[in-house]
Design a protein around this ligand. Structure first.
Ligand code: NAD
Length: 481
């Protein structure tokens, strides 16, 4: 069988030591890989490259489409872009997969039975990076949830569950509040779930779901979440399983994939042969499944489990009375190699079936007909520095006309005019909702409305069109409207 080319970056801090340890285990296990090494991280940033990766390195990544990445140090100070976010977006790595497993009684854990896989959407939500300061007092970050983005991640979660003999997929959202964005994610989860009758499905509101996960993680199997909730809860899940230092992660796209540890470069531990290579190693196990070498994944994963079970531990998980031998990074890797071919006796051995993959075939997005869209109004956002909604409303009322009529004014989403409550606190950021008097609104009417704002000397910040799609109202009302 031909070797598979992979791109490797040794990173910063403890990165080179733990990467060398992982590559040593892979080599001794007979992994059929050819390594292309690229430089990323601190030195690249400090040479003036704000992305932390040289343009030439992308050629290797585009060629191999598999990235085994050690942690890097992001230099202090502004202007440096997150290499992880750049890589995820450039390569379209839409799924972040993080298994969080307890290794009781060999690694201290609050939850002995925990075995949860977090599948986090990786490209959109509040991570689109679209932020603006709009007034003296108000800043905005846009939360974007798309149907294709939701379909891809939800389908990925179900395919992952099916291929890895998992029984249940749970979605976490906050759709009781964000009815449109999180509501879409939930709706897509329900729609796609129907195609997987063999898998149990459930949905939790993220706050109580997170509490339940922290308290009773055994209640969950695979959890699929939008980006922000997934970012936060995947760290919580890894920590309560035992240690953030033990978790690996895969970032999967349709064209490429990246595998890494979830911890950082731990600069204070660097160069001392102390660091635990297990997080990166478990990322490497997922990589071997991904590149079609599940035999190697199974061999090294079982040897690693046996090493943990034999009490051969690095300092971070060493515990008197449980651990047998405190070892350094290199010695830990040698201990894993010495156990190749062995299986754990108390911990559950893993098996990766032939044909296992981290990249499900059905990741594509179904084509849908475009909806019939009509604009039925417009929200005009305004900066105005007096806090009195009635004075503001009186100023805006005369701007109605030309088929658009002021419906209401809200402040931070709360309707304050007409008929607001005097107790409601108002910032300098106002939304004026104008509704069509006729059937639909033309763009020219909106432009004319803005001209009237400008002529009245009112500082508008932006507009949002109010639309219906196939006749369905597709914008939220003001609170207490
Ligand atoms: P960190 O995860 O690097 O380290 C926190 C602490 O955890 C360390 O002091 C160490 O005691 C322990 N630790 C972490 N990994 C360990 C291991 N493998 N073995 C033993 N102990 C380990 O987090 P930090 O100190 O906040 O960040 C350090 C640097 O890493 C920063 O520059 C940060 O930007 C970067 N970082 C990079 C990544 C990445 O490349 N994916 C992720 C997170 C942080």
């Amino acid at each position: 069988m031909a070797n598979v080319a992979i791109t490797v970056a040794k990173g910063d801090g403890i990165g080179p030591e733990i990467m060398d340890a992982c590559l040593f285990i892979l080599k001794e296990a007979g992994a059929r890989i050819d390594i292309e090494e690229i430089e990323i991280g601190e030195q690249v940033y400090l040479r003036g490259n704000s992305a932390g990766i040289e343009p030439g390195a992308w050629d290797s990544l585009r060629r191999t489409r598999v990235f085994f990445k050690a942690p890097i140090t992001t230099p202090q100070g502004g202007g440096y872009k997150s290499l992880n976010v750049t890589t995820r977006k450039m390569l379209g790595l839409y799924a972040n997969v993080r298994p969080c497993v307890a290794y009781n009684p060999f690694v201290r854990t609050k939850h002995p039975g925990m075995d949860v896989v977090i599948v986090r959407e990786n490209e959109e939500d509040l991570y689109a990076g679209i932020e603006h300061r709009q007034t003296d007092e108000v800043y905005q970050c846009l939360k974007l949830i798309s149907r294709p983005g939701s379909e891809k991640i939800v389908r990925y979660a179900f395919e992952y569950a099916r291929q890895n003999q998992r029984k249940k997929v749970t979605a976490f959202t906050k759709d009781n509040i964000m009815k449109m964005t999180d509501g879409l994610f939930h709706k897509v989860f329900d729609e796609i779930g129907v195609e997987y009758p063999d898998i149990e499905k459930e949905h939790w509101i993220v706050d109580i779901g997170a509490a339940k996960m922290a308290d009773t993680p055994e209640a969950f199997d695979v959890i699929v979440l939008p980006n922000l909730y997934g970012d936060i809860l995947s760290d919580v899940a890894a920590q309560i399983a035992g240690s953030v230092g033990l978790a690996g992660s895969a970032n999967i796209g349709e064209h490429a994939a990246m595998f890494e540890a979830i911890h950082g470069s731990a600069p204070r531990r660097a160069g001392q042969n102390l660091a635990n290579p297990s997080g990166l190693f478990l990322g490497g196990v997922m990589m071997m499944v991904h590149i079609g070498q599940p035999d190697i994944a199974e061999l090294i994963h079982n040897a690693w489990l046996r090493t943990i079970e034999d009490g051969v531990h690095t300092y971070d998980i060493f515990k008197e009375g449980v651990s047998k031998e405190k070892v350094g990074t290199k010695e830990f890797a040698q201990a894993v190699v010495a156990r190749l071919g062995k299986k754990p006796e108390q911990l559950k051995a893993v098996s990766y079936a032939k044909g296992s993959t981290t990249t499900p075939k059905a990741a594509g997005v179904a084509a849908r007909p475009r909806a019939r869209k009509a604009t039925v109004g417009v929200d005009v956002f305004v900066q105005w520095n007096d806090r009195d909604p009635n004075a503001f409303g009186k100023m805006i009322e005369p701007l109605s006309g030309d088929g658009l009529k002021l419906g209401m004014i809200s402040n931070r989403g709360q309707k304050v005019y007409p008929d607001g409550m005097p107790e409601t606190f108002c910032t300098d950021h106002w939304r004026c909702r104008f509704l069509a008097e006729g059937e639909a609104v033309q763009h020219s009417q909106i432009a004319n409305l803005l001209s009237r704002f400008a002529a009245a000397g009112i500082d508008f910040i932006k507009t949002e069109n109010l639309c219906t799609f196939d006749g369905e109202i597709s914008f939220s009302g003001g609170q207490s409207e």
